[in-house]
Write a protein that binds this ligand. Structure first.
Ligand code: BGC
Length: 388
């Protein structure tokens, strides 16, 4: 991603979020809760009426029509919250909901979406596993006149995508980069400081925005020698983590520490694009590293990472209040279902290969040990007990 383009995107996105903001205040929205159903493997991705594991089986008939909500996986806490927030808020708005999780398996997600279309869903909200793998099934949606909202992750190369709703992904990256810059006082301190980088799944369009945003902040310090990446791994591809898996992040870091930091060399900072990768880094540090603890970033404010933050094992996490994203998406669904246009605040940043997709970008903020109580507990996102 070209730096100039990203900077332009940031300006547009920042102005847009400043002008419009995102969703309701957190306290207006229902509390997050984890749904009880398990993820359906591909062969069990059954039609909504007879799906034992589909949420809609138990849902009271909503007058507004049936909405399909496809989530990638239950493995990561955030998607459980996204799913349950979407379901609760759609039901409250009078819709019936077919909520499915796909166990991070692309074919499962395709089958679930096919079923949603054949079961008569009037609109689909999809958080894709792989942004490039839904072209064929979404062509069926288009054919059936079913609008599609890409949720959190952009769906690429499909002209069936009507809208995109997400947090400002580029800003997530700049917030992480700026946190490291300020924590190490890179403007004033002499350095050099050692840093390592880890990002997400190459099939997730967001990962490049996160990494690009952070690198726009950090690259000048790498270029000037104030930041040193001892592993030499600086490209997106070298720093990517398949499926955002904690285990993969951990084993890559085991190797990085063994080759570069096992002789007492200090690792000052780690840019991790999200909490599941930050957790892998923290596990690896706990097992292999004895030096001063590095500044470590993350994203999502997953419970395990907030606990690590409180324990001094992770410095920050970008907080994306999934209640706000759900509120915004429900407004979009409602507008489309009533024959209107969905509210958006960005019509420039997200081209999915078929053209720019009108988007609504919510604003992320960072949480750390100093502000997490206000952001996460006072807002009702977590209880004190969740974090013990
Ligand atoms: C989401 C992040 C999440 C990651 C892994 C990204 O698309 O935006 O919030 O941590 O996927 O699931």
């Amino acid at each position: 991603m070209k730096r100039k383009v990203l900077s332009a995107l940031l300006s547009v996105a920042m102005i847009a979020t400043m002008l419009v903001g995102c969703g309701n205040s957190a306290s207006d929205a229902p509390a997050a809760e984890t749904p009880a159903e398990s993820e359906a493997p591909a062969e069990e991705a059954a039609p909504a009426e007879d799906a034992a594991e589909g949420e809609s089986a138990a849902a009271p008939a909503g007058e507004g029509g049936l909405i399909g909500v496809a989530m990638p996986t239950k493995d990561l806490q955030r998607w459980n919250q996204d799913g349950s927030n979407m379901e609760a808020q759609l039901k409250e708005a009078g819709y019936e909901v077919d909520l499915q999780y796909a166990a991070n398996d692309i074919q499962t997600q395709v089958s679930q979406i096919e079923n949603m279309i054949s079961n008569g869903c009037k609109l689909l909200v999809i958080a894709s596993i792989d942004g490039d793998s839904l072209g064929t099934v979404l062509a069926q949606a288009k054919e059936a006149g079913v609008p599609v909202i890409a949720y959190d992750r952009l769906i690429m190369n499909s002209d069936a995508v009507s809208y995109y709703a997400t947090f400002d992904n580029y800003m997530v990256g700049t917030v992480q980069g700026e946190y490291i810059r300020d924590a190490l006082d890179l403007e004033n301190a002499e350095g050099p400081f050692n840093i390592e980088l880890i990002t997400g799944d190459p099939g997730d369009n967001n990962a490049r925005f996160f990494f690009g945003g952070a690198m726009d902040v950090l690259q000048p310090y790498i270029d000037s020698g104030k930041l040193v990446v001892k592993s030499g791994q600086v490209s997106f591809e070298e720093c990517a983590t398949a499926n955002w898996a904690t285990e993969a992040a951990q084993s890559r870091f085991d190797a990085i520490i063994a080759s570069n930091y096992s002789d007492g060399t200090t690792l000052h900072a780690v840019l991790a694009s999200n909490d599941s990768t930050a957790l892998g880094v923290a596990n690896s540090l706990a097992a292999n590293y004895t030096g001063e603890y590095p500044v470590l970033t993350g994203q999502d404010c997953d419970i395990a990472s907030v606990k690590n933050m409180i324990a001094g094992k992770q410095s920050m996490s970008v907080f994306k209040d999934t209640r706000d994203l759900a509120t915004q998406v429900v407004k979009m669904v409602d507008a489309i279902m009533k024959g209107g246009e969905a509210p958006v605040n960005d019509t420039e940043s997200y081209d999915n290969g078929t053209g720019v997709i009108p988007s609504y970008l919510c604003e992320p903020v960072f949480a750390d040990v100093n502000n997490y109580k206000e952001l996460l507990i006072d807002s009702g996102y977590y209880t004190e007990a969740d974090l013990q």
